[in-house]
Design a protein around this ligand. Structure first.
Ligand SMILES: [Zn+2]
Ligand SMILES: [Zn+2]
Length: 106
């Protein structure tokens, strides 16, 4: 939940907003937080955001292999989450190996 987002619905499609309020998301999120021991997988600080490695879109939000699959989810802190989103849009320095580990492209 980026509080820096304006309280406008235009940022996030309604379908995704509804998903983020759903029980299945809260259950999946809780599972990931427990699995990752409450820590950001990138820097080890307390994690606050569960990130989709395959980015969630209105096309795949109904696909449980993407939307709520723990293999597609990692716990990040605010800072790293911002970094990931920021960079992924630009030059994608981060890739994930087959085990779902974050590896930094040199
Ligand atoms: Zn972090
Ligand atoms: Zn994310």
């Amino acid at each position: 939940m980026g509080s820096w987002y304006k309280k406008s619905t235009s940022h996030k499609p309604l379908k995704l907003e509804r998903f983020y309020k759903s029980d299945r998301w809260h259950a999946a999120r809780r599972e990931v937080i427990i699995r990752d021991k409450g820590l950001c997988v990138m820097c080890g600080k307390p994690g606050t955001q569960v990130h989709h490695k395959i980015h969630l879109t209105i096309q795949n939000v109904d696909d449980p292999n993407v939307a709520t699959n723990p293999d597609n989810l990692i716990l990040l802190c605010d800072y790293c989450h911002n970094e990931v989103h920021h960079r992924v849009g630009k030059h994608q320095p981060y890739v994930f190996d087959k085990d779902g580990n974050l590896v930094s492209k040199k």
